[in-house]
Write a protein that binds this ligand. Sequence first.
Ligand code: AMP
Length: 441
Amino acid sequence: MRVLVVGGGGREHAIVDALVRGGAEVLAAMANQNPGIRRLANEVLLGDVNAVDRIVAWAQDQSAELAVIGPEAPLEKGIVDALEARGIPTVGPTKVAAQLETNKEFTRDLMKTFGIPGLPSYWAFDSYAPFSEFVLDSNFEFVIKPLGLTGGKGVQVWGDHFSSKEGALAYGREILEKKIGGQARFLVEEKLVGEEFSLQALCDGKRLVPCPLVQDHKRAYEGDRGPNTGGMGSYSDADHLLPFVSRLDYDQALDTMRRTVEAMNERGTPFKGVLYGGFMATRDGPKLLEYNVRFADPEAMNILPILEDNFVDLCMSVARGGLPLRAHFAKMATVCKYVVPPGYGTHPKAGEQLKVDEESIRRTGAKLYYAAVDEKDGRILTTTSRALAVVGIAERLESAEAMSEEALASVGGSFYARRDIGKPEVIQRKTEKMRKIRGAP
Ligand code: AMP
């Protein structure tokens, strides 16, 4: 089957890899020369992934029979509507259904209207005076969120990004003036305290089929410090839960997502594609931080390599309807670490050469996924985004983490990676923190 894949990052390399394992011939549309995708693909279209008309025309020329959309931006542009209008079934939501990610206020209002659990208190502002009144009257910590897409970098949290009412006021004013996230309007939410986890699920418009839980690390530096990034790495455990997420938390998070899918149906805008719930486990149960309407990056790289079912078949049943009751994943732990250019998070240095000893990485048992690098004259060069990821896969988290480190040792050149991701003592600290938050002795 000929499958169009849009996007050239680590997530898309993992998607392409899983599709090829399932017998697909891949047609890859991407902005950069991702060497991993290029080698696996039958055909490549280089260029802007938001150029919907160009990509759709190419997909038709190439007789694509199915499409999988990696990043959010082309979803916001309506690429799914356009592909399906040409008869190409697609894994991804329509432009209206994509609002679950592209408009944070849409999601909060949907949760409120339909009484969906997991909703924090929130307020919306589109002018400075009422916001300033709210801030001056408030006696609790909150977060400030632009409404639209900001590449995961628009949310500011009290205590992390600002720590006074003046700081909050300044950021609110900046969003209004610069229309950060696309509009002169933003949300304020109560600050949630706990541990974050990611639940990704396949959805055919009706049925939601969950994947193993994953924890991402959005902050640039070790110990979860520094600026927010697209994600520095992530891990998952062999039992498909996380040590600090109870079975009850998991069931409640899944319920929030199932009820969201039902609500989308009821309002006549069914959701199909991959739904990602970013949750905070709190003392009052899991609360939804945000939805993404596609696989997350890095979290796709934790779950796709351990998928035991045929991914092409699963994608077809997402696009056409008729998903099976469940998907099967190997009972393996995974640890993904991103290699990023020096200075990533503030002043990333593009054009640095990375020396990747692929054969040595393969020998460790780890997976290697290329991301936003460019291959020029056989050399792998960094751009300003994340460069490549290694994923250790083993029966125990400790071994998966050790494997990811062994793989990193085979990457040369000047780069940065968060080495703390998936380390046993770090996870132990998170588990202890959650025990305290829950009030356990
Ligand atoms: P979002 O883009 O909504 O996922 O937000 C990005 C990051 O901001 C999340 O991963 C959290 O770390 C943080 N965040 C978002 N909303 C809240 C909240 N209500 N309370 C605390 N932290 C939050």
